[in-house]
Write a protein that binds this ligand. Structure first.
Ligand SMILES: C[S@@+](CC[C@H](N)C(=O)[O-])C[C@H]1O[C@@H](n2cnc3c(N)ncnc32)[C@H](O)[C@@H]1O
Length: 261
C-alpha cells in the first residue's frame, strides 16, 4: 500500500500536472497520487458528486444494489468504498445482507465512512489489489467507480474473484462515455470544459482531482471490463448501460463448485 499522506498539505499541492495527466493510467506512482487525491477531497466528495451528476449518482448505486443476488445472511464486501454510500444503501435496501465490510486505501475516506455508517458495517483501510481476507469469504463484492482508479485493474478483479465464495457475484459500476454521436459530443463538451472547473470550484480542490476524473474516464472508456472479468475467471460477465452509457453496470459470477467453467 502506498505510504500515508497528509490531507491538508496535499490538498494545497498539485497532485496531477499536465505530464502525469497525459499518461494518467500509466504513471508509475499512480496509486500514491490517487490515494493522496482522495484523501484531499473527502470533505465535499459526496456533495460534489450529487451536484455534478444532478443526483444521478444515487440512482446508479441503487440500480447496482437492486441487481445484487444475495442469499439470506449474505456477507458483502464493498471495495473502494469511499465514504460508504453503497453499504448504506445495501443496509437500507437489502435486509438479507447481515454482514457488511467496506475497504478503501484512503485513510480519510475510511474515517468518513466510519463516521457516516452504517454502524453495523466494518470499514478497513485496504488495498484492493492485496486484500487481507481469506479466499471465499464473501457472497458478493461490489465496487463503484473504483476499478478505473486501480494501478492494476486486473489485479483488483483477481482479488475480487479470490475473496468471493464459489457462486458469488460481483457488481461493478464504472463511468464511460455515451456512444450516440450527438450525445457524445454534448457530453464531451460538458465533460471537458465544464465538469473539471465546476467540480474543482465546488470542492475547493487545487490538486487536479477533477482533471484526473475527466482524463481517467476518457482513457478508460474503451477498456473491455466484461472481457477482463472473463479473463480473471468470472463467468456470465455482462454489462448494462445506464443513462445512455454514461455509466456501465457490470455483473459476473464466480463459477459454483463443480461447474465446468
Ligand atoms: C471515485 S471513489 C468511489 C467511492 C465510492 N465507491 C462511491 O460510490 O462513491 C474511488 C475510491 O477508490 C479508492 N481506491 C482507489 N484505488 C484503490 C485501491 N487500490 N485500493 C483501495 N481503494 C482504492 C479511493 O481511495 C476512492 O475512495
Amino acid at each position: 500500500m502506498p505510504t500515508k499522506t497528509d490531507n491538508h498539505s496535499d490538498s494545497q499541492k498539485r497532485i496531477w500536472d499536465d505530464a502525469s495527466l497525459a499518461r494518467v493510467h500509466d504513471v508509475p506512482d499512480k496509486a500514491r497520487r490517487v490515494q493522496a487525491m482522495f484523501d484531499a477531497i473527502v470533505e465535499r466528495y459526496e456533495r460534489v458528486n450529487t451536484l455534478t451528476t444532478l443526483g444521478l449518482d444515487a440512482t446508479w448505486r441503487k440500480q447496482l444494489v437492486r441487481r445484487l443476488e444475495l442469499p439470506t445472511g449474505a456477507v458483502v464486501l464493498d471495495l473502494a468504498c469511499g465514504t460508504g454510500q453503497v453499504l448504506r444503501l445495501i443496509h437500507q435496501m437489502r435486509p438479507e445482507a447481515i454482514r457488511l465490510v467496506g475497504g478503501d486505501f484512503s485513510e480519510a475516506m475510511i474515517r468518513e465512512a466510519r463516521r457516516r455508517g452504517p454502524a453495523t458495517a466494518s470499514f478497513l483501510q485496504a488495498d484492493a489489489q492485496h486484500l487481507p481476507f481469506a479466499g471465499g469469504s464473501f457472497d458478493a463484492v461490489t465496487c463503484v467507480f473504483g476499478v478505473r482508479n486501480f494501478a492494476n485493474p486486473e489485479a483488483g478483479l483477481r482479488e475480487m474473484f479470490r475473496v468471493l465464495r464459489p457462486g458469488g457475484m460481483v457488481g461493478i459500476l464504472e463511468f464511460s462515455m455515451p456512444k450516440a454521436v450527438v450525445l457524445h459530443r454534448l457530453y464531451k463538451f460538458y465533460f471537458r470544459r465544464v465538469l473539471p472547473r465546476l467540480a474543482s470550484w465546488l470542492s475547493g480542490d487545487t490538486g487536479g482531482a477533477y482533471e484526473y476524473l475527466q482524463k481517467s474516464i476518457e482513457a478508460f472508456q474503451d477498456v473491455d471490463l466484461a472481457g477482463r472479468l472473463g479473463r480473471c475467471g468470472f463467468e456470465q460477465a455482462g454489462v448494462r448501460w445506464l443513462t445512455f452509457g454514461v455509466v456501465h453496470l457490470y455483473t459476473a459470477y464466480k463459477p459454483a463448485r463443480g461447474s465446468q467453467a
